[in-house]
Design a binder for this molecule. Structure first.
Ligand code: SF4
Length: 527
């Protein structure tokens, strides 16, 4: 054997080195008087441990702050629905203060699942301190999150009231932004109407079949679970058909035959994502007070764009705080003629980029190969005949009008025969193969002109430069820190509540950062 090892290069020297190390160990053991002894690991044993729940977390732990803040809120909205009452039999329910604190703490730690909270209650100090080292069942948590819409909205308003009283909300400047959050629906769950109708028919048959076999062939618990799953599927498909009706009323989509609705979350819509892709999503509209970054309103809509969301956003702010913001700031996705006029009528100063200017960029003539001598400014307008005269003396007559973002645009067109035979056609309208040259005359109403003029001033531009920092911070926190990149519930109402929980958590975290630690520090300073 030694001979074989000696054939391999380096093996002889390795063996010698091992023998040398072993002799060093042996000498060390002789010096100590024996082999070392180690603590044995016994994983078979059962342990009982004394836990001082109060000392599980430090004095400045976020769970203490959340518990304290939630304790200031009026829970009467939740108490109305509590069935376990004194003097009657039955298990007591969990206190709303605890369940609210658990969800707020969970969201702030990036946990959005009831099952995960139940597991964390077993060992995580923050959850253990909140519950008194007791585990709260996932079903209880899950139901509580989505079953009290009215009470949750009232709670959000109460939180705003407390933050306002603490000087954290001024409503001098409110910034609105929309963000797309993915729905709990797969891209391939979108089906045409006929397929949904077929699936509904099958689901109805299955509900009857499952109920028929429930008594004889399965246990009561399993049959109930199966029936519930089938009924839920049937309800989702019925809701999907209702969504088709809604889309038809809205005139959505270019091809009505091609409309599709998700069978797993019928109220979700395919929306463009920031990365350029498309995914089933909801559009979450967030209004943020610029003074301390508090979210003063949140809404969830099915619209893929933001044009029609500015006024509902301001309405929500007014409902929540009973006051109109002095100034509203938004990005170009909200800027439209209607919004500019509406803000003016409501006495709100509106700041945003001018949509037409942003859309124009470099002269579109450059892209179409039109020479400067034939830009629209070289055409002469005659108000009496409402027509233009081109550099070659031909008439461009009124053809129609278009509504653009902030303007009404009137279109004028030359005769096809005039242009097709014109010697300078290659410089004036090289791309027009079958029509005459057209130009647009824009007419701005006074409100839009005033808005455009204001947005060219440095103070307005300076305000707008701060928009992204203020308006996009809650969106980023909700997605990156709280982990809400995809909703864990389905349907507009439940999704709205999940967004509200995230914004409630965001606001309470602001209070902890700006007020609670100050309060705690002041309280510990000796008099
Ligand atoms: S192409 Fe038409 S619009 Fe242009 S200069 Fe000639 S006639 Fe006038």
């Amino acid at each position: 054997m030694e001979k074989e090892q000696g054939i391999l290069p380096g093996c002889g020297s390795a063996a010698r080195s091992n023998r040398a190390e072993q002799s060093v160990v042996n000498r060390a053991e002789e010096t100590r008087g024996g082999k070392p002894r180690y603590e044995a690991i016994n994983r078979e044993q059962l342990c009982w441990r004394a836990v001082d729940v109060e000392r599980l977390i430090g004095e400045e732990h976020a769970a203490r702050a959340i518990w304290e803040f939630v304790g200031r809120l009026d829970m009467s909205g939740y108490r109305e629905e509590v069935r376990a009452v004194e003097g009657k039999a039955g298990r007591p329910g969990w206190e709303p203060r605890l369940l609210i604190s658990l969800w707020v703490y969970a969201y702030s730690e990036g946990v959005g699942s009831a099952r995960a909270i139940e597991q964390l209650c077993e060992w995580e100090p923050g959850y253990q301190w909140l519950t008194g080292a007791v585990v709260v069942n996932a079903h209880t948590l899950s139901d509580f999150r989505v079953k009290h819409e009215k009470a949750l909205k009232a709670l959000f308003v109460q939180v705003l009231g407390l933050l306002s009283a603490d000087g954290l909300i001024t409503l001098e400047r409110v910034m609105q932004d929309g963000t797309k959050i993915r729905a709990k629906a797969a891209q391939d769950s979108f089906r045409r109407k006929e397929r949904v109708e077929q699936a509904l028919k099958q689901a109805q048959e299955q509900v009857v079949a499952v109920e028929a076999l429930s008594e004889e062939e399965t246990s009561r618990r399993i049959s109930k679970a199966r029936s519930r799953a089938q009924r839920e599927r049937q309800q989702r498909l019925e809701q999907a058909l209702e969504e088709f009706e809604k889309l038809a009323e809205q005139g959505s989509g270019k091809d009505p035959e091609n409309r599709r609705v998700s069978t797993s979350d019928p109220q979700a819509r395919i929306m463009k994502q920031p990365d350029g892709g498309f995914a089933p999503s909801y559009n979450v509209q967030i209004n943020t007070d610029a003074s301390h970054g508090v979210v003063v309103a949140v809404g969830v809509v099915q619209a893929g764009n933001d044009f029609e969301q500015l006024q509902p956003g301001v309405d929500r702010v007014e409902q929540n705080l009973g006051k109109t913001p002095d100034q509203v700031v938004s990005d170009g996705g909200f800027v439209s003629r209607d919004n500019i006029v509406a803000m003016k009528e409501r006495g709100i100063e509106y700041i945003g980029p001018c949509g037409d200017e942003a859309g124009k960029g470099k002269s579109s003539y450059e892209g179409r190969g039109v020479s400067p001598e034939y830009h629209s400014l070289q055409f002469v307008y005659d108000a009496q005949s409402d027509s233009y005269c081109c550099p070659q003396g031909k008439i461009l007559s009124y053809e129609g009008k278009e509504q653009r973002y902030t303007q009404v645009s009137y279109r004028y067109r030359a005769q096809r025969s005039d242009c097709q035979g014109c010697p300078v056609k290659g410089q004036c309208c090289p791309g027009n193969r079958v029509t005459g040259r057209s130009i647009h005359r824009s007419e701005e109403i006074a409100e839009v002109a005033e808005f455009r003029h204001k947005m060219q001033t440095e103070p307005a531009r300076e305000i707008y430069r701060h928009r992204a920092q203020v308006a996009e911070t809650p969106n980023l926190w909700i997605k990156a820190k709280f982990g809400l990149r995809q909703f864990s519930v389905r349907g507009l109402s439940k999704v709205g509540m999940e967004a509200l929980w995230a914004c409630l958590t965001y606001n309470i975290r602001i209070w902890i950062r700006l007020r609670w630690r100050q309060v705690a520090t002041v309280a510990t300073v000796p008099a």
